[in-house]
Design a protein around this ligand. Structure first.
Ligand SMILES: [Zn+2]
Length: 357
């Protein structure tokens, strides 16, 4: 009887296997894999679900084994590590550098401006980036100084004063309450002429502001005013610069946004757009940093600004209420009645709204 093709093939294979034991060791697993694959394909043919399950199992196996590959798990110096070839040890894993958002310094508005670059005139249309020395302001505005300092008024107790939520001086702007549409067009912007140029803020606060810087000067403190009024365009410009800066340092957009909004207020949530807020420092300390609070001028402002209707808007320890870091330089006009009450009680404008309006 003639042997079939399969029988002859099997015989030949066995012969080779007997002659060469090493080859047998290699061929058997190969045959096993080949046969299993053939059966698996036959088993799955015409059954998509079964095939998908098999594919998933295979995929999971591949994924799992890539994570457990010794080169990626062995620690340097261990026996396992030593058993890995030298070449493999030399491979630097592209380890993702962990970025800690806490390590980032909060930026001042001026920090995001390229060194020496003046803010383009078209961005804000006015001398906003300038610092205004208050001696200079006083010299130019002697005629405007109120004959009688409003300081006397602040001595009263305002607990029973009838505050109105419609009072323009009390408008609450923060991350939750953005500037009402059309507000900016209605701000009666006033000019304060100085040697350096014109400074802008709400016309209605200028008398009290002048009285404050005059009194400070009389007390031996020369203040400097920066960025009194900013329009939306400029606020956006500053904010975007800050986001870009942080993103270039490796933060994601969301992280950069979170960090950026802690230091400079997000567009349409800045009191500078109201014309009611001023960043005030002194001629001997011109940086917008926490340390300003410990200077003579910082202390004078914190203690006396309320007499002229101003409050330290973002106090230390109230960050969770205001949503803004401690800013000993940022003063907001709220009128002498509210300023006196807020300062006396040690509360924020947010808390004032909650309790008195
Ligand atoms: Zn400010």
């Amino acid at each position: 009887m003639k042997a079939t093709l399969e029988e002859r093939f099997r015989k030949k294979l066995l012969k080779i296997g007997k002659k060469n034991k090493f080859l047998r060791l290699c061929i058997i697993p190969a045959v096993v894999v080949g046969v299993s694959f053939f059966h698996a394909v036959r088993y799955c043919r015409g059954n998509g679900k079964r095939f998908a399950m098999m594919a998933m199992t295979f995929l999971l196996f591949v994924v799992y084994s890539s994570f457990s590959f010794p080169m990626f798990t062995a620690e340097e110096g261990t026996e396992e590590w030593n058993s890995i070839s030298e070449e493999a040890q030399g491979i630097d894993l592209a380890e993702e550098e962990e970025i800690n958002i806490e390590d980032f310094e909060l930026l001042d508005d001026d920090d995001v401006l390229p060194e020496g670059e003046k803010i383009p005139e078209t961005v804000h249309g006015m001398d906003i980036g300038e610092r205004f020395n208050t001696s200079d302001i006083l010299e130019y505005n002697q005629h405007r100084l109120p004959a009688e300092s409003p300081a006397a008024a602040a001595a009263e107790d305002y607990e029973d004063y009838e505050f109105s939520p419609d009072d323009w001086r009390l408008i609450l702007i923060n991350k939750q309450n953005s500037i009402p549409e059309g507000y900016e067009e209605k701000v009666p912007l006033g000019n304060i002429n100085t040697m350096k140029g014109v400074m802008h803020c709400d016309e209605r606060i200028i008398d009290d502001l002048l009285a404050m810087i005059q009194t400070a000067k009389d007390d031996g403190v020369t203040l400097q005013i920066c960025s009194p009024y900013r329009d939306l365009e400029y606020q956006e410009y500053l904010f975007n610069r800050k986001i870009t800066y942080y993103m270039n340092k490796g933060l994601s957009y969301m992280e950069a946004y979170r960090l950026g909004s802690q230091a400079v207020t997000v567009p349409n949530a800045s009191e500078h757009q109201l014309g009611l807020a001023l960043d005030i420092v002194s001629d001997t300390f011109i940086k917008l940093v926490e340390g300003f609070g410990d200077t003579e001028a910082g202390k004078w402002l914190a203690a006396n600004s309320y007499r002229f209707g101003f409050i330290l808007r973002y106090p230390k320890g109230k960050e969770d209420i205001t949503g803004i870091e401690y800013e000993p330089w940022h003063f907001r006009y709220v009128g002498v009645e509210a300023a006196t009450l807020i300062t006396e009680k040690g509360i924020t404008l947010e808390e004032f709204w909650e309790e008195y309006l």
